[in-house]
Design a protein around this ligand. Sequence first.
Ligand SMILES: Cc1cc2nc3c(=O)[nH]c(=O)nc-3n(C[C@H](O)[C@H](O)[C@H](O)COP(=O)(O)OP(=O)(O)OC[C@H]3O[C@@H](n4cnc5c(N)ncnc54)[C@H](O)[C@@H]3O)c2cc1C
Length: 551
Amino acid sequence: MAQRYDAIVIGGGHNGLVSAAYLARAGLKTVVLERRHVLGGAAVTEEVFPGFRFSVFSYVVSLLRPEIIRELDLPRHGLDILPLDGTFTPVYEGTGRTPPKDGNGNPIGTGDYLWRVNDHGRTVRELRRWSKLDVEAYEEYGPLMVDMARFIKPILAIVPPDPASIDPRPLLPLGGLLRSFQKLTERQQAVFVQLMTMSAYDFLDQWFETDPLKATMAASGIIGTFQGVRSPGTAYVLLHHYMGEIDGAFRAWGIPKGGTGGISNAIASAARANGAEIRTEAPVARIQVGGGRASGVVLESGEELEATSVISSVDVRRTFIDLLEPGSIDAEFESEVRRFKFRGSSGKVNMALDALPNFTALPGEGEHLRGAISMSPSVDDMERAYDDAKYGRFSAKPYIDIVIPTLVDPSMAPPGKHVMSCFVQYAPYHLDESLGGAAGWDQQREAFGDAVVNRIAEFAPDLPSKILHRQVMTPLDIERTTGLTEGNIFAGELSLEQLFFSRPVPGWARFKTPIKDLWLCGSSTHPGGGIMGANGRIAALEVLRSKGKRR
Ligand SMILES: Cc1cc2nc3c(=O)[nH]c(=O)nc-3n(C[C@H](O)[C@H](O)[C@H](O)COP(=O)(O)OP(=O)(O)OC[C@H]3O[C@@H](n4cnc5c(N)ncnc54)[C@H](O)[C@@H]3O)c2cc1C
C-alpha cells in the first residue's frame, strides 16, 4: 500500500522546506522529498575538504522574509545572521584619484581602492577622495533607493493577479500598490520608470562620475543574469537587491552562522517541529497524474507515495518536462515552459586558505577583508567580462564577489585557516562549440578556476601561495548538484519579461498549474530567486486557501 499524505513537497531547498513548514503548521500531513543526502539545495553548507566548511553555492543573505523568520520562529531553530560590513573594490594602479596616504603622508600600499562601509560618515569621507560631486549625489541616492525599495517591496508578498481573468478580486493588492505609486513624488515616479527600463550603468551614470563606484554598484544589476552592466533591464535587478534588509536595515547583507545551510537547517527544524516528515536521498522520478489531477509521486527507487496535493519546488522546466509523463500538459503551456529563459551565467570557486590574502592597495588583515571584496575595477572591465560570455567563453577577467566567512564565523575552518567564497560572473552554461558546448565545462573547469585565481591575484598577488584546496563549480556542476536548469542561480532569469504575472508562465503566476492539485513553490515562481522563502510561503498559503484551511 502506498503511503498517503495530504501534501508531498518535491525538493528540500529552502523554499520547499518553507512550504512544508507552513503546510504542516496548518495540520496537513506533509512530507518533503529531497534527492540529495543533504538539505538546502542552493542554500547548503558542506564540508568539502576536511575541516573546511563552505556555503557551496549561495553565500550571503539579505532577502529572507522577516515574516517567515517570525512566524516559524527561526532563531529558536538556530538561525543566526551575522552582519557583513562593506564592499572593498581594489582598482588598477594609476586609475585612482588621490592615492590613499597614511598619517605621515606616505602612500598606503600600491594602487588604489574604493571602500564603502555601512557607516555613512566613513563612506562619505572615502568617496570625497574620489569626487566631491559624488558625495553630494550619494547623500541623495541612498535615501531615494530606500524609498523605491520600500515602495516596491510589498510586491514580494503578493500573489500576482492574472490580468486576463474576469475575476477582479486577485487585482485588489494591485490597488494598494497603485495608491502607493500615486503617493510618490513626480521625481520618484520618474525614477521608478527608469529603474524598470534602464541599464544599471545608464541609471548610475546619471548620478555618479567615479568609474569604479559605478562599476561596483552596477555589479548588483548583473548577478545571475546573462546581461551586461550596459544591458537595459539590469537597473531593476539593482533594485531587487536593494529590497533586502536585516533587522530593519535596508541593503544590509549578512552571513548566516554555519553558512547558508544554516538557514535551510533552521527551516527544516521548524518544519519538523510542526510535524512535517523530511526524507533525504529520495529522488522523485515521476509525478503521478490521473484524470487531469496530480495524485502522488513515484521515487526513483520505485516507491509510490500518494497525496491530495503535490507541491514542486524544483524549477519549472524540471517539473513539467522531466517529472511529468509526456503529453500531460497542453502543447501551448509546454512551449511557454520551454521558452522560459535559464541561460546560467555564474560559477562559484570556493577556496580553503592557509592564511588571508594580502591586497596590495590596502595591505594587511584589516577590516576591509570582513565585508564583500569586489573584483569590479572599472565599468569597461565589467562590460568586457560580458563580451566574453556573449561569444560563449567564460570571462578572462571575470567580475568576482568575494567573501571570507571565517572572518565573521571562524567555525567554518580549522583555527587560523580560512575559507574564501568567490561568486563569478560570467560563466555561460552554453560554451561555444569550439570549447565543447555545455558538456565542454568538464574540460574547462580548471582553466576557469585559474582565470578566477589569476584575476584576484592581479590585486592580491600572494593569493596562489595561500590556497590549500579549491572547489570549482561551473554552471554545469551547479545544474548537476542542485538540479537548477542550466545552472541558473535564480531558477530562471530575473528579466522583466519573466517577472510578476509572467513568472514562470503568463497567466500561471499564482502557484497553481494547469494540472489540478499540482503546485509550484520554488524560485521559478514570483518573486524570483534568492534566499527569500517568499515563494515557498505564498505558495503554501495558496494551497491552504484552496482547501479552505486557515493557516
Ligand atoms: C552559485 C549560486 C550563488 C548564489 N548566491 C546567492 C546569495 O548569495 N544570496 C541569495 O540570496 N541567493 C543566492 N543564490 C540564489 C539562491 O541560492 C536560490 O535562488 C535559492 O536557494 C533557491 O531555492 P529553492 O528552494 O527555490 O530551490 P533549490 O535550492 O534549487 O532547491 C531545489 C531542491 O530540489 C531538489 N531536487 C531537484 N530535483 C529533485 C527530484 N527529482 N526529487 C527530489 N528533489 C529534487 C534539489 O536537490 C534541491 O535541493 C545563489 C545561487 C547559486 C546557484
